[in-house]
Design a protein around this ligand. Sequence first.
Ligand SMILES: Cc1cc2nc3c(=O)[nH]c(=O)nc-3n(C[C@H](O)[C@H](O)[C@H](O)COP(=O)(O)OP(=O)(O)OC[C@H]3O[C@@H](n4cnc5c(N)ncnc54)[C@H](O)[C@@H]3O)c2cc1C
Ligand code: SF4
Length: 328
Amino acid sequence: MTPFTYARAIRPEEALSLAASGGSRFLGGGTNLVDLMRETVENPSALVDVTGLSNTIENLPGGGLMIGAATRNSAVAAHRGVREHYPVLARAVLAGASAQIRNMATSGGNLLQRTRCAYFYDNEGSRCNKRSPGQGCDAIDGFNRMHAVLGASDTCVATHPSDMCVALAALDAIVHVVTPTGDRTIPFGEFHRLPGDRPDVETALEPGWLITAIEIPPLPLAARSTYRKVRDRSSYAFALVSVAAALDVADGQVKDVRLAFGGMAHKPWRALKAEEALRGRPATQAAFTAAVEVELSDARPLKDNGFKVALASRTATAVLSELAGASA
Ligand SMILES: Cc1cc2nc3c(=O)[nH]c(=O)nc-3n(C[C@H](O)[C@H](O)[C@H](O)COP(=O)(O)OP(=O)(O)OC[C@H]3O[C@@H](n4cnc5c(N)ncnc54)[C@H](O)[C@@H]3O)c2cc1C
Ligand code: SF4
């Protein structure tokens, strides 16, 4: 590991000023960053610990929640308002990692965890455009069972690993950020990037920008929402495919719906085409499958991951049918 300095901030302005020097990184629970430092994929010269910043979950006056960036994942999943009004978020968080890791991991750090593409971690032996732009990508013609089928490019086919972020995409979350030139808000759909020709640029954040909170807007239909994750083992494994969904059914018709996929793309994939195809349609299994297939018609599977398309279709259909049944 490369030597680094450590400092702890207790206010956002202090964190920004401590991180002003090039080569510094914010430290949340360290459950991803420290691993990447051990593998010498990331080599910061300074760590600024931001776990002393806000860890509260506040009810917003017009409804909705504001989750401080230092809130541990386990606290998000256990929060009564999250469980009652946004069960999809509680379930997504609980589907991730292990209890010990969720006790350490922060909500800010979860948004910025990096891909689990094995070639990305293999700093000594593999070519990776995300780690070293222009080097090439060993996953494209390699073992790519876990990789993307939507929105990939010919420079990177990695998937985004977070479960929590799939729920946040379905909920239209808003990321609150402090920068050296003022405060900003970033809609969740614009926060993560597709790889394009710059897979090393993963989010809308610029170096030194600090996430302070995640806002969950009021969304009454999210009271009937859920998350389902399909993986190789029943715990402690990243998603092959996951689905976050919320559904409002009235008189047998879909009044409103939110749908997002994990494990399918470089970012949590909001299924806007499927949502559009479903609004005002009968809440039937056939209509769910047809709408999901509209979304998946853009899929471009690789050598080892064609199964993801059918798996995503079946999983989303099952989740929407379950929610429709619950509201009948
Ligand atoms: C064995 C294992 C299994 C796992 N399984 C899953 C899984 O199934 N599903 C899943 O979703 N996740 C899984 N995870 C990942 C885990 O959820 C993430 O490592 C965790 O959420 C990252 O949070 P952290 O606070 O530890 O971030 P850190 O590791 O501290 O930081 C991650 C990144 O965020 C940056 N950062 C942290 N806080 C801020 C901030 N406030 N503002 C700006 N930048 C910030 C850091 O600089 C770093 O770049 C797993 C991890 C491990 C080790
Ligand atoms: S898929 Fe992306 S992260 Fe994986 S090796 Fe290729 S460029 Fe690197």
